[in-house]
Design a protein around this ligand. Sequence first.
Ligand code: MV4
Length: 508
Amino acid sequence: MTESQTRYVPKKIKKLLVANRGEIAVRVMRTCKELGIKTVAIYSEADRGALHVQTADEAYCVGEAPSRDSYLKIDKIIDVAIHSKVQAIHPGYGFLSENATFAEACADAGLIFVGPSPESIRSMGDKTTARLMMEKAGVPMAPGTPDAIDDPTEAVHIAEEIGYPVLIKAAAGGGGKGMRLVEDPSTFLSSIEMAQREAESAFGDGRVFIEKYITQPRHIEFQVLRDHFGTGVHLFERECSIQRRHQKVVEEAPSCVLTPEIRKKMGEAAVRAAEECGYTNAGTVEFLIDGDLNFYFMEMNTRLQVEHPVTEMITGKDLVVEQIRIAEGEPLGYTQDDLTINGHSIECRIYAEDVRSNFLPSPGPLHLHRPPAGPGVRVDAGVDITGEIPIHYDPMISKLMVHAPSRIEAIEKMIRALDEYTVAGVSTTIPFCRFAMAHEAFRSGNFSTHFVQRYFDPSALDEANKELEYAAALAAVLHHHESAASAGVNQPEEDQVQESPWRKRAWM
Ligand code: MV4
Protein backbone atom coordinates (compact mmCIF):
# COMPACT_ATOMS: atom_id res chain seq x y z
CA MET A 1 0.00 0.00 0.00
CA THR A 2 1.19 3.50 -0.75
CA GLU A 3 0.94 6.36 1.70
CA SER A 4 -2.10 7.91 0.02
CA GLN A 5 -4.07 4.67 0.09
CA THR A 6 -3.73 4.35 3.83
CA ARG A 7 -5.53 7.65 4.46
CA TYR A 8 -8.25 7.16 7.00
CA VAL A 9 -11.85 6.91 5.82
CA PRO A 10 -14.43 7.74 8.51
CA LYS A 11 -16.94 4.93 8.99
CA LYS A 12 -19.76 4.52 11.50
CA ILE A 13 -19.69 1.29 13.51
CA LYS A 14 -23.15 -0.32 13.80
CA LYS A 15 -22.06 -3.77 14.82
CA LEU A 16 -18.86 -4.91 16.50
CA LEU A 17 -17.22 -8.26 17.25
CA VAL A 18 -15.34 -8.63 20.52
CA ALA A 19 -12.41 -10.99 19.97
CA ASN A 20 -12.04 -11.79 23.65
CA ARG A 21 -13.69 -13.40 26.67
CA GLY A 22 -14.32 -12.75 30.34
CA GLU A 23 -14.72 -9.40 32.02
CA ILE A 24 -13.16 -7.32 29.23
CA ALA A 25 -15.52 -8.74 26.60
CA VAL A 26 -18.49 -7.89 28.84
CA ARG A 27 -17.08 -4.44 29.58
CA VAL A 28 -16.62 -3.58 25.87
CA MET A 29 -20.14 -4.84 25.05
CA ARG A 30 -21.66 -2.68 27.79
CA THR A 31 -20.29 0.45 26.16
CA CYS A 32 -21.40 -0.79 22.73
CA LYS A 33 -24.97 -1.09 24.03
CA GLU A 34 -24.82 2.48 25.30
CA LEU A 35 -23.67 3.62 21.86
CA GLY A 36 -26.38 1.63 20.04
CA ILE A 37 -23.82 -0.76 18.56
CA LYS A 38 -24.87 -4.41 18.13
CA THR A 39 -22.42 -6.91 19.62
CA VAL A 40 -21.04 -10.25 18.50
CA ALA A 41 -19.22 -12.63 20.86
CA ILE A 42 -16.88 -15.43 20.00
CA TYR A 43 -16.36 -18.29 22.42
CA SER A 44 -14.52 -21.55 22.88
CA GLU A 45 -16.15 -24.82 23.84
CA ALA A 46 -15.09 -24.18 27.44
CA ASP A 47 -17.06 -20.91 27.43
CA ARG A 48 -20.48 -22.02 26.13
CA GLY A 49 -22.20 -20.79 29.28
CA ALA A 50 -19.95 -17.78 29.89
CA LEU A 51 -21.27 -14.32 30.77
CA HIS A 52 -19.77 -12.67 27.69
CA VAL A 53 -21.75 -15.08 25.50
CA GLN A 54 -25.00 -14.21 27.29
CA THR A 55 -24.22 -10.51 27.11
CA ALA A 56 -23.76 -10.41 23.32
CA ASP A 57 -26.54 -10.03 20.76
CA GLU A 58 -25.03 -12.95 18.80
CA ALA A 59 -22.37 -15.48 19.66
CA TYR A 60 -20.30 -17.93 17.63
CA CYS A 61 -18.17 -20.86 18.74
CA VAL A 62 -14.70 -20.58 17.23
CA GLY A 63 -13.11 -23.80 18.47
CA GLU A 64 -11.90 -25.92 21.30
CA ALA A 65 -10.88 -24.76 24.77
CA PRO A 66 -7.15 -24.09 24.29
CA SER A 67 -6.63 -20.44 23.21
CA ARG A 68 -4.56 -21.40 20.17
CA ASP A 69 -7.57 -23.40 18.91
CA SER A 70 -10.14 -20.65 19.52
CA TYR A 71 -9.39 -17.10 20.77
CA LEU A 72 -6.14 -16.99 18.77
CA LYS A 73 -7.55 -18.36 15.49
CA ILE A 74 -7.21 -15.32 13.24
CA ASP A 75 -8.83 -16.81 10.11
CA LYS A 76 -11.77 -18.24 12.01
CA ILE A 77 -12.43 -14.95 13.83
CA ILE A 78 -12.26 -12.94 10.58
CA ASP A 79 -14.70 -15.45 9.01
CA VAL A 80 -17.16 -14.91 11.88
CA ALA A 81 -16.78 -11.14 11.55
CA ILE A 82 -17.56 -11.24 7.82
CA HIS A 83 -20.44 -13.71 8.24
CA SER A 84 -22.02 -11.67 11.05
CA LYS A 85 -21.57 -8.45 9.05
CA VAL A 86 -19.76 -6.39 11.67
CA GLN A 87 -17.80 -3.28 10.72
CA ALA A 88 -15.25 -3.57 13.51
CA ILE A 89 -13.37 -5.88 15.86
CA HIS A 90 -12.36 -4.94 19.40
CA PRO A 91 -9.50 -7.18 20.58
CA GLY A 92 -9.66 -6.44 24.34
CA TYR A 93 -6.37 -7.21 26.09
CA GLY A 94 -4.18 -10.31 25.82
CA PHE A 95 -4.97 -12.83 23.05
CA LEU A 96 -4.69 -11.02 19.66
CA SER A 97 -4.73 -7.47 21.03
CA GLU A 98 -1.06 -6.75 20.24
CA ASN A 99 -0.77 -9.00 17.21
CA ALA A 100 0.13 -6.86 14.17
CA THR A 101 -0.75 -9.72 11.80
CA PHE A 102 -4.28 -9.78 13.22
CA ALA A 103 -4.65 -5.99 12.87
CA GLU A 104 -3.50 -6.41 9.26
CA ALA A 105 -5.92 -9.27 8.62
CA CYS A 106 -8.75 -7.04 9.85
CA ALA A 107 -7.74 -4.25 7.47
CA ASP A 108 -7.41 -6.70 4.58
CA ALA A 109 -10.96 -7.91 5.26
CA GLY A 110 -12.26 -4.32 5.28
CA LEU A 111 -12.80 -4.40 9.04
CA ILE A 112 -11.89 -1.69 11.52
CA PHE A 113 -9.45 -2.93 14.16
CA VAL A 114 -10.26 -0.93 17.29
CA GLY A 115 -6.68 -0.12 18.15
CA PRO A 116 -3.52 1.30 16.61
CA SER A 117 -2.10 0.52 13.16
CA PRO A 118 -0.18 -2.72 12.52
CA GLU A 119 2.95 -0.58 12.08
CA SER A 120 2.61 0.97 15.56
CA ILE A 121 1.98 -2.44 17.11
CA ARG A 122 5.02 -3.86 15.33
CA SER A 123 7.44 -1.07 16.22
CA MET A 124 6.45 -0.99 19.90
CA GLY A 125 6.50 -4.80 20.05
CA ASP A 126 10.18 -4.77 19.16
CA LYS A 127 11.74 -3.25 22.27
CA THR A 128 14.92 -2.17 20.46
CA THR A 129 12.94 -0.36 17.76
CA ALA A 130 10.84 1.23 20.51
CA ARG A 131 14.02 2.32 22.28
CA LEU A 132 15.40 3.99 19.15
CA MET A 133 12.09 5.77 18.46
CA MET A 134 11.81 7.02 22.03
CA GLU A 135 15.36 8.33 21.90
CA LYS A 136 14.41 10.30 18.79
CA ALA A 137 11.32 11.66 20.55
CA GLY A 138 13.43 12.81 23.49
CA VAL A 139 11.75 10.46 25.97
CA PRO A 140 14.10 9.74 28.91
CA MET A 141 15.46 6.20 29.06
CA ALA A 142 17.76 4.19 31.30
CA PRO A 143 21.32 4.22 29.90
CA GLY A 144 21.83 1.20 27.66
CA THR A 145 22.84 -0.27 24.32
CA PRO A 146 21.32 1.68 21.44
CA ASP A 147 20.49 -1.52 19.55
CA ALA A 148 20.51 -5.31 19.90
CA ILE A 149 23.87 -6.77 20.88
CA ASP A 150 25.68 -8.57 18.07
CA ASP A 151 29.15 -8.58 19.59
CA PRO A 152 29.02 -9.70 23.24
CA THR A 153 32.69 -8.83 23.87
CA GLU A 154 31.98 -5.27 22.75
CA ALA A 155 28.89 -5.22 24.97
CA VAL A 156 31.09 -5.95 28.00
CA HIS A 157 32.63 -2.51 27.54
CA ILE A 158 29.24 -0.85 27.21
CA ALA A 159 28.09 -2.59 30.41
CA GLU A 160 31.24 -1.34 32.12
CA GLU A 161 30.46 2.21 31.00
CA ILE A 162 26.83 1.98 32.10
CA GLY A 163 27.87 0.53 35.44
CA TYR A 164 26.57 -2.59 37.18
CA PRO A 165 24.04 -3.93 37.89
CA VAL A 166 22.71 -4.13 34.33
CA LEU A 167 19.58 -5.79 33.03
CA ILE A 168 19.55 -7.90 29.86
CA LYS A 169 16.23 -7.65 28.05
CA ALA A 170 14.90 -9.53 25.02
CA ALA A 171 14.01 -7.36 22.00
CA ALA A 172 10.95 -9.54 21.43
CA GLY A 173 10.14 -9.70 25.15
CA GLY A 174 8.09 -7.35 27.29
CA GLY A 175 6.15 -7.55 30.48
CA GLY A 176 9.22 -8.98 32.17
CA LYS A 177 9.61 -12.00 29.88
CA GLY A 178 13.21 -12.87 29.03
CA MET A 179 14.93 -10.51 31.50
CA ARG A 180 18.19 -11.28 33.27
CA LEU A 181 19.93 -9.27 35.97
CA VAL A 182 23.74 -9.12 35.89
CA GLU A 183 25.31 -7.93 39.12
CA ASP A 184 28.96 -7.84 38.06
CA PRO A 185 31.22 -8.34 35.02
CA SER A 186 32.22 -11.92 35.93
CA THR A 187 28.87 -13.34 34.80
CA PHE A 188 28.16 -10.90 31.96
CA LEU A 189 29.22 -13.00 28.96
CA SER A 190 27.58 -16.20 30.15
CA SER A 191 24.40 -14.27 30.99
CA ILE A 192 24.25 -12.74 27.51
CA GLU A 193 24.61 -16.18 25.93
CA MET A 194 21.96 -17.66 28.18
CA ALA A 195 19.60 -14.74 27.58
CA GLN A 196 20.06 -15.02 23.80
CA ARG A 197 19.36 -18.76 23.88
CA GLU A 198 16.28 -18.28 26.07
CA ALA A 199 14.96 -15.48 23.88
CA GLU A 200 15.51 -17.60 20.77
CA SER A 201 13.53 -20.52 22.15
CA ALA A 202 10.79 -18.38 23.75
CA PHE A 203 10.22 -15.85 20.95
CA GLY A 204 12.08 -17.28 17.93
CA ASP A 205 14.15 -14.10 18.15
CA GLY A 206 17.40 -14.20 20.11
CA ARG A 207 18.16 -10.46 20.03
CA VAL A 208 18.87 -8.89 23.41
CA PHE A 209 19.92 -5.45 24.64
CA ILE A 210 21.11 -4.09 27.98
CA GLU A 211 19.96 -1.33 30.27
CA LYS A 212 21.19 0.07 33.53
CA TYR A 213 19.22 -1.60 36.30
CA ILE A 214 17.06 0.87 38.22
CA THR A 215 16.86 -0.30 41.84
CA GLN A 216 13.62 -0.16 43.83
CA PRO A 217 11.69 1.64 41.12
CA ARG A 218 8.00 2.35 40.97
CA HIS A 219 6.00 1.38 37.90
CA ILE A 220 4.05 4.39 36.69
CA GLU A 221 2.27 4.33 33.35
CA PHE A 222 0.50 7.04 31.37
CA GLN A 223 -2.72 6.52 29.45
CA VAL A 224 -2.63 8.19 26.05
CA LEU A 225 -5.26 8.76 23.37
CA ARG A 226 -4.55 9.96 19.86
CA ASP A 227 -6.96 10.51 16.97
CA HIS A 228 -6.39 10.32 13.21
CA PHE A 229 -5.93 14.09 12.96
CA GLY A 230 -2.79 14.30 15.07
CA THR A 231 -4.45 15.35 18.31
CA GLY A 232 -3.01 13.49 21.28
CA VAL A 233 -3.67 13.75 25.01
CA HIS A 234 -2.72 11.84 28.13
CA LEU A 235 -5.24 10.87 30.80
CA PHE A 236 -2.71 11.04 33.62
CA GLU A 237 -1.00 8.10 35.26
CA ARG A 238 -1.65 4.80 36.97
CA GLU A 239 0.61 3.49 39.70
CA CYS A 240 1.12 -0.26 39.22
CA SER A 241 3.96 -1.09 41.60
CA ILE A 242 2.00 -3.67 43.61
CA GLN A 243 2.62 -6.69 41.43
CA ARG A 244 3.83 -10.23 41.81
CA ARG A 245 6.04 -11.88 39.20
CA HIS A 246 5.07 -9.25 36.63
CA GLN A 247 1.40 -9.83 37.39
CA LYS A 248 -0.21 -6.62 38.65
CA VAL A 249 -2.50 -7.07 41.64
CA VAL A 250 -3.32 -3.55 42.85
CA GLU A 251 -3.33 -0.39 40.72
CA GLU A 252 -4.31 3.16 41.52
CA ALA A 253 -4.68 6.58 39.96
CA PRO A 254 -3.20 9.05 40.47
CA SER A 255 0.21 8.03 41.88
CA CYS A 256 0.86 9.54 45.31
CA VAL A 257 4.50 10.38 44.47
CA LEU A 258 4.14 12.57 41.38
CA THR A 259 4.30 16.31 41.77
CA PRO A 260 2.23 18.37 39.29
CA GLU A 261 5.51 19.33 37.56
CA ILE A 262 6.74 15.76 37.09
CA ARG A 263 3.26 14.63 36.07
CA LYS A 264 3.27 17.29 33.35
CA LYS A 265 6.75 16.29 32.17
CA MET A 266 5.93 12.57 32.07
CA GLY A 267 2.58 13.17 30.40
CA GLU A 268 4.18 15.28 27.71
CA ALA A 269 6.85 12.63 27.17
CA ALA A 270 4.11 9.99 26.82
CA VAL A 271 2.27 12.06 24.20
CA ARG A 272 5.56 12.63 22.31
CA ALA A 273 6.13 8.86 22.41
CA ALA A 274 2.74 8.31 20.77
CA GLU A 275 3.40 11.01 18.17
CA GLU A 276 6.78 9.53 17.26
CA CYS A 277 5.27 6.18 16.23
CA GLY A 278 2.24 7.71 14.50
CA TYR A 279 0.07 6.18 17.16
CA THR A 280 -3.71 6.24 17.02
CA ASN A 281 -6.33 5.04 19.53
CA ALA A 282 -5.63 4.18 23.19
CA GLY A 283 -2.18 3.23 24.39
CA THR A 284 -0.10 3.14 27.54
CA VAL A 285 3.43 4.38 28.00
CA GLU A 286 5.15 2.59 30.89
CA PHE A 287 7.83 4.27 32.94
CA LEU A 288 10.06 3.33 35.81
CA ILE A 289 10.63 6.12 38.30
CA ASP A 290 13.45 6.19 40.85
CA GLY A 291 13.62 7.67 44.34
CA ASP A 292 14.78 11.02 42.97
CA LEU A 293 11.77 11.05 40.64
CA ASN A 294 13.88 10.51 37.54
CA PHE A 295 11.73 8.63 35.05
CA TYR A 296 12.71 6.19 32.33
CA PHE A 297 10.72 4.81 29.39
CA MET A 298 10.12 1.08 29.79
CA GLU A 299 7.73 0.04 27.04
CA MET A 300 4.55 1.04 25.27
CA ASN A 301 1.48 -1.18 25.41
CA THR A 302 -0.60 -0.88 22.28
CA ARG A 303 -3.88 -2.07 23.79
CA LEU A 304 -6.59 -1.18 26.30
CA GLN A 305 -5.19 -2.32 29.64
CA VAL A 306 -6.72 -4.38 32.41
CA GLU A 307 -6.37 -1.47 34.84
CA HIS A 308 -7.98 1.17 32.55
CA PRO A 309 -11.01 1.66 34.88
CA VAL A 310 -9.00 3.59 37.50
CA THR A 311 -8.27 6.14 34.76
CA GLU A 312 -11.96 6.22 33.85
CA MET A 313 -12.88 6.87 37.45
CA ILE A 314 -10.55 9.85 37.93
CA THR A 315 -11.14 11.44 34.50
CA GLY A 316 -14.82 10.66 33.92
CA LYS A 317 -13.97 9.39 30.41
CA ASP A 318 -15.17 6.02 29.11
CA LEU A 319 -12.04 4.72 27.38
CA VAL A 320 -13.98 2.29 25.19
CA VAL A 321 -16.17 5.17 23.95
CA GLU A 322 -12.97 7.05 23.12
CA GLN A 323 -11.50 4.01 21.36
CA ILE A 324 -14.62 3.48 19.23
CA ARG A 325 -14.96 7.17 18.30
CA ILE A 326 -11.30 7.34 17.29
CA ALA A 327 -11.65 4.08 15.31
CA GLU A 328 -14.65 5.57 13.49
CA GLY A 329 -12.49 8.48 12.41
CA GLU A 330 -13.96 11.06 14.77
CA PRO A 331 -11.70 13.81 16.10
CA LEU A 332 -10.97 13.68 19.82
CA GLY A 333 -12.88 16.93 20.33
CA TYR A 334 -10.98 18.08 23.42
CA THR A 335 -7.44 18.94 24.44
CA GLN A 336 -5.15 18.40 27.41
CA ASP A 337 -6.45 21.52 29.15
CA ASP A 338 -9.96 20.02 29.25
CA LEU A 339 -8.76 17.08 31.39
CA THR A 340 -8.44 17.12 35.18
CA ILE A 341 -7.96 14.58 37.94
CA ASN A 342 -11.01 14.08 40.15
CA GLY A 343 -10.35 12.20 43.40
CA HIS A 344 -8.58 8.88 43.76
CA SER A 345 -9.26 5.40 42.40
CA ILE A 346 -7.90 1.97 43.35
CA GLU A 347 -8.31 -1.36 41.58
CA CYS A 348 -7.84 -4.79 43.12
CA ARG A 349 -7.66 -7.73 40.77
CA ILE A 350 -9.61 -10.67 42.13
CA TYR A 351 -7.99 -13.86 40.84
CA ALA A 352 -9.02 -17.45 41.42
CA GLU A 353 -5.70 -18.21 43.07
CA ASP A 354 -4.69 -19.66 46.40
CA VAL A 355 -2.53 -17.03 48.08
CA ARG A 356 -1.40 -19.50 50.74
CA SER A 357 -0.11 -21.90 48.07
CA ASN A 358 2.15 -19.45 46.29
CA PHE A 359 -0.75 -18.01 44.27
CA LEU A 360 -1.48 -21.36 42.63
CA PRO A 361 -4.39 -21.02 40.18
CA SER A 362 -7.64 -22.26 41.71
CA PRO A 363 -9.99 -22.80 38.74
CA GLY A 364 -13.37 -24.47 38.95
CA PRO A 365 -17.07 -23.79 39.39
CA LEU A 366 -18.10 -20.70 41.34
CA HIS A 367 -20.93 -21.71 43.63
CA LEU A 368 -21.55 -18.13 44.60
CA HIS A 369 -20.22 -14.82 43.31
CA ARG A 370 -21.65 -11.92 45.28
CA PRO A 371 -19.72 -8.74 44.50
CA PRO A 372 -19.84 -5.61 46.67
CA ALA A 373 -21.78 -2.49 45.68
CA GLY A 374 -22.57 0.95 47.03
CA PRO A 375 -21.32 4.47 46.38
CA GLY A 376 -18.00 4.67 44.54
CA VAL A 377 -17.74 0.92 43.96
CA ARG A 378 -17.44 -0.69 40.51
CA VAL A 379 -16.99 -4.37 39.76
CA ASP A 380 -16.10 -5.59 36.26
CA ALA A 381 -16.63 -9.35 36.38
CA GLY A 382 -16.48 -12.12 33.80
CA VAL A 383 -19.00 -14.17 35.75
CA ASP A 384 -22.57 -13.74 37.01
CA ILE A 385 -23.79 -14.78 40.50
CA THR A 386 -22.57 -18.25 39.59
CA GLY A 387 -20.12 -19.23 36.90
CA GLU A 388 -16.91 -21.00 36.18
CA ILE A 389 -13.22 -20.16 36.02
CA PRO A 390 -11.92 -22.45 33.27
CA ILE A 391 -8.44 -23.89 33.68
CA HIS A 392 -7.50 -22.89 30.12
CA TYR A 393 -7.24 -19.12 30.58
CA ASP A 394 -6.08 -16.38 32.92
CA PRO A 395 -7.79 -17.08 36.27
CA MET A 396 -8.99 -13.52 36.89
CA ILE A 397 -12.57 -13.50 38.21
CA SER A 398 -13.13 -9.76 38.34
CA LYS A 399 -11.70 -6.34 39.02
CA LEU A 400 -12.91 -4.35 41.98
CA MET A 401 -12.55 -0.58 41.66
CA VAL A 402 -13.33 2.18 44.11
CA HIS A 403 -13.45 5.93 43.74
CA ALA A 404 -13.30 8.43 46.59
CA PRO A 405 -12.25 12.07 47.11
CA SER A 406 -8.87 11.15 48.64
CA ARG A 407 -6.43 8.23 48.69
CA ILE A 408 -7.10 7.34 52.32
CA GLU A 409 -10.85 7.35 51.75
CA ALA A 410 -10.35 5.14 48.68
CA ILE A 411 -8.30 2.69 50.78
CA GLU A 412 -11.00 2.54 53.49
CA LYS A 413 -13.69 2.09 50.86
CA MET A 414 -11.67 -0.72 49.27
CA ILE A 415 -11.35 -2.51 52.61
CA ARG A 416 -15.12 -2.22 53.10
CA ALA A 417 -15.76 -3.54 49.56
CA LEU A 418 -13.28 -6.42 49.91
CA ASP A 419 -14.96 -7.41 53.14
CA GLU A 420 -18.36 -7.38 51.44
CA TYR A 421 -17.15 -9.56 48.55
CA THR A 422 -18.25 -13.20 48.80
CA VAL A 423 -16.88 -15.87 46.52
CA ALA A 424 -17.59 -19.53 47.18
CA GLY A 425 -16.10 -22.49 45.33
CA VAL A 426 -12.62 -21.22 44.53
CA SER A 427 -9.81 -19.57 46.47
CA THR A 428 -9.29 -15.90 45.68
CA THR A 429 -6.71 -13.13 46.06
CA ILE A 430 -9.15 -11.13 48.23
CA PRO A 431 -7.11 -11.87 51.41
CA PHE A 432 -3.95 -10.63 49.68
CA CYS A 433 -5.69 -7.42 48.58
CA ARG A 434 -6.91 -6.84 52.12
CA PHE A 435 -3.36 -7.41 53.36
CA ALA A 436 -2.04 -4.78 50.93
CA MET A 437 -4.72 -2.24 51.89
CA ALA A 438 -3.90 -2.67 55.58
CA HIS A 439 -0.13 -2.55 55.16
CA GLU A 440 1.65 0.50 56.49
CA ALA A 441 3.96 0.71 53.45
CA PHE A 442 1.01 0.84 51.08
CA ARG A 443 -1.00 3.21 53.23
CA SER A 444 1.87 5.66 53.64
CA GLY A 445 2.87 5.49 49.99
CA ASN A 446 6.33 4.24 50.90
CA PHE A 447 6.58 1.26 48.52
CA SER A 448 8.21 0.09 45.29
CA THR A 449 7.86 -2.82 42.85
CA HIS A 450 9.44 -4.98 45.59
CA PHE A 451 6.41 -4.59 47.90
CA VAL A 452 5.08 -8.16 47.60
CA GLN A 453 8.48 -9.84 47.76
CA ARG A 454 9.56 -7.72 50.70
CA TYR A 455 6.45 -7.71 52.86
CA PHE A 456 4.07 -10.48 51.91
CA ASP A 457 4.08 -13.50 54.17
CA PRO A 458 1.25 -15.94 53.42
CA SER A 459 1.40 -17.32 56.96
CA ALA A 460 -0.02 -13.98 58.12
CA LEU A 461 -3.25 -14.84 56.37
CA ASP A 462 -6.06 -16.88 57.79
CA GLU A 463 -8.64 -17.14 55.09
CA ALA A 464 -10.77 -19.47 57.17
CA ASN A 465 -11.43 -16.71 59.64
CA LYS A 466 -12.14 -13.51 57.78
CA GLU A 467 -13.49 -11.71 60.82
CA LEU A 468 -10.33 -12.31 62.73
CA GLU A 469 -8.21 -11.09 59.86
CA TYR A 470 -10.31 -7.98 59.39
CA ALA A 471 -10.15 -7.25 63.09
CA ALA A 472 -6.38 -7.59 62.98
CA ALA A 473 -6.15 -5.19 60.05
CA LEU A 474 -8.41 -2.72 61.83
CA ALA A 475 -6.38 -3.00 65.00
CA ALA A 476 -3.20 -2.31 63.06
CA VAL A 477 -4.74 0.74 61.44
CA LEU A 478 -6.09 1.98 64.74
CA HIS A 479 -2.75 1.45 66.36
CA HIS A 480 -1.09 3.40 63.57
CA HIS A 481 -3.43 6.33 64.03
CA GLU A 482 -3.01 6.37 67.77
CA SER A 483 0.75 6.00 67.69
CA ALA A 484 0.88 9.11 65.48
CA ALA A 485 3.81 10.16 63.38
CA SER A 486 7.03 8.96 64.94
CA ALA A 487 6.44 5.94 67.16
CA GLY A 488 8.28 3.70 64.70
CA VAL A 489 5.97 0.76 65.33
CA ASN A 490 4.41 -0.87 62.27
CA GLN A 491 7.35 0.41 60.27
CA PRO A 492 9.75 -1.74 58.31
CA GLU A 493 13.05 -2.47 60.01
CA GLU A 494 15.34 0.50 60.45
CA ASP A 495 17.89 -0.52 57.81
CA GLN A 496 15.15 -1.12 55.26
CA VAL A 497 13.63 2.24 55.98
CA GLN A 498 16.91 3.96 55.38
CA GLU A 499 17.49 2.15 52.14
CA SER A 500 14.00 2.91 50.81
CA PRO A 501 14.15 5.83 48.40
CA TRP A 502 10.42 6.35 48.79
CA ARG A 503 10.17 7.11 52.49
CA LYS A 504 10.93 10.79 52.03
CA ARG A 505 8.04 11.06 49.54
CA ALA A 506 5.52 9.12 51.54
CA TRP A 507 2.59 11.04 52.84
CA MET A 508 -1.06 10.58 53.51
C1 MV4 B 1 13.59 -2.66 34.37
C2 MV4 B 1 13.79 -2.71 35.77
C3 MV4 B 1 14.85 -2.02 36.30
N1 MV4 B 1 15.68 -1.34 35.49
N2 MV4 B 1 14.45 -1.94 33.61
C4 MV4 B 1 9.79 -5.55 34.24
C5 MV4 B 1 8.74 -5.60 33.21
C6 MV4 B 1 9.36 -5.10 31.97
N3 MV4 B 1 8.46 -4.19 31.34
C7 MV4 B 1 10.60 -4.41 32.39
N4 MV4 B 1 10.74 -4.62 33.81
C8 MV4 B 1 11.72 -4.01 34.51
N5 MV4 B 1 12.59 -3.28 33.77
C9 MV4 B 1 15.46 -1.31 34.16
N6 MV4 B 1 16.32 -0.63 33.39
C10 MV4 B 1 12.88 -3.44 36.54
C11 MV4 B 1 11.85 -4.10 35.91
C12 MV4 B 1 10.98 -4.84 36.79
C13 MV4 B 1 9.69 -4.39 37.09
C14 MV4 B 1 9.14 -3.25 36.51
C15 MV4 B 1 7.88 -2.83 36.81
C16 MV4 B 1 7.11 -3.56 37.70
C17 MV4 B 1 7.60 -4.68 38.28
C18 MV4 B 1 8.90 -5.13 37.98
C19 MV4 B 1 9.40 -6.27 38.58
C20 MV4 B 1 10.66 -6.70 38.27
C21 MV4 B 1 11.44 -5.99 37.38
